[in-house]
Design a protein around this ligand. Structure first.
Ligand SMILES: [Zn+2]
Length: 54
């Protein structure tokens, strides 16, 4: 039980429009926090990932 608390979210990639469960990447600043899409390998900002309806 050495794992730190993980922040995982069900989100939809704004680039390729595919859903995935992403683990929030730690960032130095709010704008750098987000996820890495396993489908297109692009960075998804956390603030954009929050919007599933669009
Ligand atoms: Zn993607």
């Amino acid at each position: 039980m050495t794992e730190a608390a993980r922040d995982e979210r069900d989100i939809v990639c704004p680039h390729c429009k595919k859903p995935f469960t992403g683990e929030l990447l730690p960032g130095a600043a709010e704008r750098y926090r987000g996820f890495k899409c396993p489908h297109c390998k692009l960075f998804v900002p956390a603030e954009r990932a929050a919007d599933r309806s669009g």
